[in-house]
Design a binder for this molecule. Structure first.
Ligand code: HEC
Length: 127
């Protein structure tokens, strides 16, 4: 019995170590957000550049029948409407007066934010 408990304990410790390592990666790559975006953002395509960012960081909570905060995303029309309202950029740039998004997660990197801003400034094309 004691032995089994030890195994369980070791497994739990290993799992928590893995979890820490993973968090660490998120800090390195996700919240590397304090670094300025030095890459050129290039041509921004909604489908190829914007959607993958939103899918990874937002759609999980904001799509489907019961989107969090009643804020629907996940289709071109919905994403464009959020962008037009100013809420998309306000929330991802952590601007005052907006709830910072992604909720409970690391801020998007500056290059991701710059990509989305370029899409918005370019007229939110469905390209
Ligand atoms: C873990 C779930 C979760 C994720 C991921 C998430 N959100 Fe939210 N979001 C919420 C909840 C819950 C609310 C309502 C409560 C609030 O406003 O904080 C909300 C509210 C919002 C609002 C309204 C806030 C306001 O100030 O008007 C917007 C806009 C929004 N989210 C956009 C986004 C965007 C863009 C992303 C991706 C970068 C994102 N969310 C990621 C859960 C999430």
């Amino acid at each position: 019995m004691k032995n089994r408990f030890n195994h369980f304990f070791i497994a739990a410790v290993l799992l928590s170590l893995t979890a820490c390592y993973y968090d660490h990666e998120e800090i390195l790559y996700g919240a590397g957000s304090n670094q300025p975006c030095t890459d050129s953002v290039g041509t921004v395509s909604y489908a190829q550049k914007v959607v993958p960012i939103l899918r990874t960081s937002c759609y999980g909570c904001h799509s489907g029948s019961f989107p969090s905060g009643n804020q629907l995303m996940g289709t071109y029309a919905a994403d464009k409407a959020m962008a037009q309202s100013g809420k998309l950029y306000g929330t991802i740039s952590h601007a005052g007066g907006y709830s910072p998004m992604p909720k409970g997660g690391a801020k998007l990197s500056n290059c991701q934010i710059a990509t989305i801003k370029k899409w918005i400034d370019g007229g939110m094309l469905n390209n």
